[in-house]
Ligand binder design. Structure first.
Ligand SMILES: Cc1cc2nc3c(=O)[nH]c(=O)nc-3n(C[C@H](O)[C@H](O)[C@H](O)COP(=O)(O)OP(=O)(O)OC[C@H]3O[C@@H](n4cnc5c(N)ncnc54)[C@H](O)[C@@H]3O)c2cc1C
Length: 335
C-alpha cells in the first residue's frame, strides 16, 4: 500500500519549499521528499534580492539567522578598480545569506511534512503518480535541482546544453577582511564572473561561474580560473595567502533560462533548477525558483496556468525595465 498525498514535491530547496508554503497556506495536503535531511549544504553564493522576501512575505527582521545587506563593487576589464558600486542604486536591496540556514528555515516555515527519501523511480498510473512504489499523488512537482528525477522521467529533452553554467566555490569561516561584496566580470576572459561574498556571521563565500561552452572552447579550465582568482584576492589583500592554499572548492552545474522545453505535462510540474530557470544576465537562481514554485502552487490551486512566460528571465530589468527594456542584455552570453 502506498501513502497518498494530493501533492508531492520532490526536493525541499527554495523552489520546493515555496510551492509547499503556498499550498499549505491554502490548507492543501502536501508532502516534501528530499534525499538529504535538513539542514543540508547547498553550493551557492547566497545572494538574494528583496523580491525574494516580497514573494515569500517576510522581512529581514523576521529572518532568525544572519542576513547581511550587500555593499557591492563590480569590476569589468580592462579596469582593475570597481566601475560600479551599489551606492549608485540606493533603491536596490540585496542581501547575503547562508543557504544551509536559509533553506532549512524556509522548509520549516512552509509547515509541510517532509520525509528524507531519495526518489528513484516514478511511474504514472491513470491520473496518479507513483514514487518508488511507496508514495502516490495527484499532483507531482519536480523541485529536485539540476539532477531532478521528475525531469529525467517526464521531460528528458527539456534542457538547452548551451545554457549550462559551471561553477566552483567554497564557503568557509573567515574573520571579515572586507564587508563589501566584490564581483569580477570576465575575469581572465571568463564568460561569467567571480565573486567574493561576505556573510553576516564571519563566513565568506568565494567562487566563480561561467558558461560551459566557454570552457569547452578555451584552453583553460575552471580550476585554473579559480587559482587565478585566489591569487588576485591575495594581491588585493582580501584573502590570506595561507588560507587560499588550503581551500578545496566544489563544483556544480545549473541551467540558465531557455525558451526551449516544457515545464508542465498533465499534473506534473517542473520548478526551480529542475526546469533550468536562472536569470540570463546574472545567473540568479533563487528568485526564479521561488517565483516558479509559487506559480506552480497557484496552478494547482486552479488560479492560473503554469508556463515559463510568467517567470522573469532577467535580474537587472526588474529594476530598470522601463528604462533599458530595449537593451536587455543576456550578459553571461555576450561577455
Ligand atoms: C556555486 C553556485 C552559486 C550560486 N549563487 C547564487 C546566488 O548567489 N544567488 C542566486 O539567486 N542563485 C545562485 N545560484 C543558483 C541557485 O543556487 C539555484 O538556482 C537554486 O538553489 C535552485 O533552487 P532549487 O530549489 O530549484 O534547487 P536546490 O536548491 O538544488 O534544491 C534541490 C533539492 O532537491 C533534492 N534532491 C535532488 N535529487 C533528489 C532525489 N532524487 N530525491 C529527493 N530529493 C532530491 C536535493 O537534496 C535538494 O535539497 C548558485 C548556484 C551555484 C551552483
Amino acid at each position: 500500500m502506498s501513502e497518498y498525498y494530493e501533492t508531492i514535491i520532490v526536493g525541499g530547496g527554495p523552489a520546493g519549499s515555496s510551492c509547499a508554503w503556498k499550498l499549505k497556506k491554502q490548507g492543501r495536503e502536501v508532502l516534501v521528499l528530499d534525499k538529504e535531511s535538513f539542514p543540508r549544504l547547498k553550493l551557492c553564493a547566497g545572494w538574494i534580492t528583496s523580491k525574494v522576501m516580497e514573494q515569500l512575505e517576510f522581512t529581514p527582521e523576521d529572518y532568525p539567522h544572519s542576513m547581511l545587506k550587500m555593499k557591492t563593487q563590480i569590476y569589468v576589464p580592462p579596469f582593475s578598480f570597481p566601475v560600479f558600486a551599489s551606492w549608485a542604486t540606493p533603491w536596490r536591496k540585496d542581501y547575503s545569506i547562508r543557504r544551509i540556514e536559509f533553506d532549512h528555515w524556509l522548509l520549516q516555515r512552509s509547515q509541510a511534512p517532509m520525509k528524507t527519501h531519495q526518489v528513484k523511480k516514478i511511474t504514472k498510473q491513470g491520473e496518479h503518480y507513483i514514487i518508488d512504489d511507496q508514495y502516490e499523488c495527484k499532483y507531482l512537482v519536480g523541485a529536485g535541482g539540476t539532477g531532478c528525477p521528475v525531469r529525467r522521467t517526464f521531460f528528458p529533452n527539456q534542457r538547452d546544453p548551451k545554457k549550462l553554467m559551471l561553477t566552483l566555490e567554497q564557503e568557509f569561516e573567515y574573520p571579515q577582511r572586507d564587508n563589501k561584496t566584490h564581483i569580477f566580470f570576465a575575469d581572465h576572459g571568463l564568460k561569467g564572473y567571480s565573486w567574493y561574498v561576505p556573510k553576516g556571521n564571519g563566513f565568506l563565500n568565494i567562487g566563480l561561474g561561467g558558461l560551459s561552452s566557454y570552457f569547452v572552447g578555451s584552453k583553460t579550465n575552471i580550476r585554473s580560473h579559480f587559482q587565478w582568482f585566489l591569487r588576485d584576492l591575495v594581491k588585493r589583500e582580501l584573502l590570506d595567502d595561507k588560507i587560499s592554499q588550503e581551500l578545496k572548492p566544489s563544483g556544480h552545474g545549473y541551467y540558465l533560462f531557455s525558451k526551449q522545453g516544457e515545464v508542465k505535462q498533465n499534473n506534473c510540474f517542473l520548478i526551480g533548477d529542475s526546469a533550468g530557470l536562472a536569470s540570463v544576465d546574472l545567473g540568479e537562481g533563487i528568485c526564479p525558483s521561488i517565483e516558479s514554485g509559487l506559480l506552480a502552487a497557484d496552478a494547482i490551486l486552479g488560479n492560473c496556468q503554469y508556463t515559463k512566460k510568467a517567470i522573469s528571465r532577467f535580474s537587472l530589468n526588474r529594476f530598470w525595465s522601463w528604462i533599458i527594456k530595449p537593451w536587455q542584455i543576456p550578459i553571461l552570453e555576450v561577455l
